[in-house]
Design a protein around this ligand. Sequence first.
Ligand code: GAL
Ligand code: ZN
Length: 663
Amino acid sequence: MGIHFGVDYYPEHWPRERWETDAKLMQEMGVQVVRMAEFSWFKMEPKKGEFHFEWLEEAIALLAEHGIQTVLGTPTAAPPAWIIEENPEIQPIDTQGRVRRFGGRHHDCQSNPAYREHIRRFVTAMTKRFADHPAVIGWQIDNELGNSHGDLCMCDSCKSRYQQWLEKKYGTIEELNEAWGTAFWSQGYNSFSQIGTPLITAVGENPSAMLDWKCFCSDLIVDFAKWQADIIRENCPNHFITHNYMCFDDKVNYYDLGELLDFVSNDIYPAGNWQKQPHQPDAEMAASHDVIRSYKKQPFWMMEQQSNIAGWGTMGRAVNPGQMSAWAMQSVAHGADAVVFFRWRTCAVGTEQFWHGILGHSGKPGRVFEEAKALTHRFAPHMDAFEGTMPRPEVAIVHSFRQNYAFQVQPNHPDLWYVGHIHKYYKAFFDKKIPVDFVQDTDDLSKYKLVVAPLQYLMTPELEQHYIDYVANGGHLILTMRTGVKDANNICMTDRELPGKLGDICGIKIPEYDCLFHKECAVLFGKKEYKTEKWADIITLTGAKTLAEYTTSFYKETPAIAENKYEQGKVWYVGTEPSDELMADFVEYVVDSCDIKRLGTAPEGVELMTRENDGQTWLFVINHTNEEKVYKLNDTYKLLEGEREEYLKPYEVQLFVKNKYGR
Ligand code: GAL
Ligand code: ZN
């Protein structure tokens, strides 16, 4: 497409006289695309059926004169007051039965038929109006689906949809009673009509019902998006459809949602006001980009890339000179074909007055504008070549929404967080400059030398077989604590000791375990003692050898990590949550034993990453710190951008290339 840099623009926040200045400055900055209109329903339809798209057409035309194209957002994350007045039942109901009212955003129930009709009317009008506009290239459906919809909505419309969803899944109420284990606490149902949305109970909840509820909510969001995608496809067959995801957010299964889209987009705020300060976000952000790339296994767009101070009522830290560029190029290094900065100009009104943009409140170009301009001019000449290229990692980490949901329902240990646990493994590879892909548990694993499958808690016979086949055919697999605990309905398995059938490839069984509640644990790995936390599987070897053993508690001197050869492959079973130090050394041992390539060596805060096609490999070296750093590459590359190989200034980004024949 040849579009690589842009901004999120809200012309409706500013007087008409200002727009020319904005367009000129954007052109000077190197902006090629804007996203607009995703929160301006009222301005486009101030009364039912009275459409006002002329202001938007004018903005689009003006930007087009400056060489800038437009992505339009459907404004369905904030229905106007007149819609709420006409259909108050659109407002969602929370777990306590309270109505979440108009005045912010996301005040919509996604199953509500009246709301769906408002959407049909509006999106039809909007897409018809812009279908043939030469400067409009694509659509963003809604905005950050799932954002603020946590635990919503409990209304009657959602209840009846949930009942239908359950009936379709289970067929008969007897099946559901069995699958949910309703013999416990007298929870049996006579009919689907008795089943409610999970409003607050006196105490406790049914874990199987809660897992279904989370999957239902995800399906509902996908269905809500499809409602719009169908209208857009019909009216605008030449435009792309995308959606702005939120990294590892989990309200909607992003793999499912991706099936509706031409490509995935992402929003990222590495120094948002909710992030821990001081925050070194490089590994976590890298993981976010990698998981985004996994959702459709293709390059993506950044639809909102942090450009400046981020926060609502309170604010995060100022962005250091160079840091925004380092973040932007980190996105590119992991697979972004385009980077759209949030937002063009800091807003003077509303909830997000302190969520800063490329321009400050004054609208005068300053330091951030100059940095963005330098960035686009420096890298735009290379961006066409990256388009469509992908990293080609030898290592994959399995990522699953269902496993995540199951741990949200029952975390096992109060601090066990599925995504956090995955991040721990990811960071060990990241620090060793080893690129990683995320994969779904149903994906073909055979192209990876090493697969890490943490917390495989919900297990099915198919998934067991999938892992067994991978290992039998020469794969290397890391499995962990809490594997094979439950069946697909979130009911504990009873036919074998943990970890179920996978015990055969692990060469172990686990008759007992210890939840390390208010307690630390230590293990001996090699000659060193390390801390571990949260969990200790008490392992009996049935063929494996011990790699690390506990040094504490009644199970001291028993295995904490086991290694087993199985047919052509090898499995490591990790029965505890390693500290960062143990993770680093254990992963070092594993990658050495499967001969995984590293891109080079560099201190923490310096990132190495590649994108490739069949002919060429581009290597990105990024300094995420405000200090000078040195590094070493393991291969010979030609420096394309940057000053001095093996040396980095604060926040410097360097770009290298290598073709098939070497430099
Ligand atoms: C994103 C959202 C934007 C804006 C931004 C700052 O999550 O998509 O619309 O709200 O955060 O809060
Ligand atoms: Zn509802």
